[in-house]
Design a protein around this ligand. Structure first.
Ligand code: GLV
Ligand code: MN
Ligand code: MN
Length: 419
């Protein structure tokens, strides 16, 4: 379908995405890490666009930036639409941002059509959807769902700042987190790039998301002894890296085993691997890994944790280093998306003449946490080669506009049908 036939302005939506993309670390496109000055610059732009669209702007206690337009019948509650404006390091222009710009465009399109919803509509830029320097992801949506635990506020970034302090810095209020928890939101809709190749390879316009994987992040630290690399005989070394490297190989092997059993989707990654002191002529004294393990099946996740506990302990013992007790940084369960919202999305796609399919998500999203407090579902749009979390990430203007139109149609339908 041509973007010009859609009931919203695809060019205006695209301009928002590109304007945010311009706010990147110049030497590391596209990087706008949560809690940084660039992130706050991005939020200034988001707040400006919210206000131009007629929204009242606020930041809640969990650091979410929210634009609100009162409905004709506010007692019906809120329909919320949104995503996130932060990026991974050297990520893309669309992950999160496409969904945020879509939410904004939905409000502008309604205004252009002279439509006032009965429900109040809120556009949400969730704080730190991507894993932050504090080791936690989905900070804002956890807060809105009431599951941002006090212990999480004590997590620190490498410089020693706590999440509690950082939250205050971006306009949140860690002492009033309970106020961020919402019970008035009736539905949440999020557009996102697929981050996979199903839609592109099948020539489909949109995916209506059925479920989201559970994600567990674990930190493993090995402590050995730093020593002279030239004078310490092999049999006397306590090389922490060797235990770390063998553990990373175990992660791969266990994940391949579990993925191949046919009991559900399973993937695991070691994406952070630090070695200290990090000199070519020093035996590594400390090694830190962060594992990201995902599955649709909690039984597979539990088996993975048990196997990694055992194998990492064995690897530590084999090279006489100490394994610090494994820390679970976060552990979110798999989520099933709401049927009512999904049906409205499917109907919206049909009405617009778009091809849609059901799709499971291997990525985590704020919609997962929102499903704890309201009916929540997502629309995926194709992205080139399925690539994401890399600078080459790409979706066409028309592809995003089409997905946005599905969100718009679904919002209008839900406004009438949600009681
Ligand atoms: C979110 O980007 C994720 O890690 O799935
Ligand atoms: Mn992401
Ligand atoms: Mn995202």
């Amino acid at each position: 379908m041509a973007a010009s036939n859609l009931p919203l302005d695809g060019d205006r939506l695209w301009a928002d995405i590109m304007d945010l993309a311009a706010l990147t670390e110049p030497d590391r496109p596209y990087t706008r890490r949560s809690f940084t000055p660039l992130f706050l610059q991005g939020r200034d732009l988001v707040a400006k666009r919210f206000a131009e669209a007629g929204l009242t702007v606020r930041i809640d206690a969990a650091g979410n930036m929210i634009g609100r337009l009162e409905g004709a019948n506010p007692s019906l509650g809120v329909i919320a639409v949104g995503s996130h404006s932060d990026t991974v390091p050297a990520g893309g222009r669309f992950d999160g941002i496409a969904g945020l710009a879509t939410a904004l465009e939905v409000v502008r399109a309604l205004r252009d059509q002279g439509v006032r919803l009965d429900h109040t509509i809120e556009v949400v830029d969730f704080l730190a959807e991507e894993p932050s320097e504090y080791g936690l992801s989905c900070i804002g949506s956890r807060g809105m769902a009431g599951v941002l635990e006090p212990s999480m506020l004590e997590m620190t970034e490498p410089g020693g700042e706590t999440l509690r302090t950082a939250l205050r810095r971006v306009g949140g209020d860690p002492d009033r987190l309970a106020e961020a928890r919402r019970s008035d939101i009736k539905a949440f809709l999020e557009l996102h790039i697929e981050q996979g190749i199903v839609l592109e390879s099948q020539g489909l316009d949109v995916g209506i998301v059925t479920s989201l994987v559970g994600i567990r992040r674990m930190e493993i630290v090995f402590e050995g002894a730093a020593d002279h690399a030239g004078t310490t005989p092999m049999h006397l070394r306590q090389d922490a890296l060797v235990a770390g490297a063998r553990t990373a190989a175990s992660v791969r092997a266990i994940a391949e085993q579990l993925a191949g059993e046919g009991q559900g989707y399973f993937v695991a990654t070691v994406g952070i691997f630090n070695v200290e002191p990090g000199a070519s002529n020093i035996v590594p004294g400390r090694c830190r890994l962060v594992i990201d393990a995902r599955s649709t099946n909690p039984v597979l996740s539990a088996r993975f944790v048990e196997a990694i506990e055992q194998e990492s302990a064995a690897h530590a013992a084999a090279v006489r280093v100490r394994r610090v007790p494994i820390a679970t940084l976060s552990d979110s369960k798999p989520v099933i998306c709401d049927e009512t919202v999904r049906a409205a999305m499917h109907q919206g796609a049909r009405d617009l003449g778009l091809n849609s399919t059901d799709l499971a998500s291997g990525a985590g999203h704020d919609a997962g946490f929102m499903s704890r407090i309201c009916k929540s579902a997502m629309v995926f749009v194709p992205c080139k080669g399925g690539k994401s979390h890399v600078p080459e990430e790409w979706s066409d203007r028309e592809q995003i506009a089409a997905g946005a139109a599905v969100i718009l149609q679904a919002v209008k339908a839900l406004d009438k049908t949600l009681s």
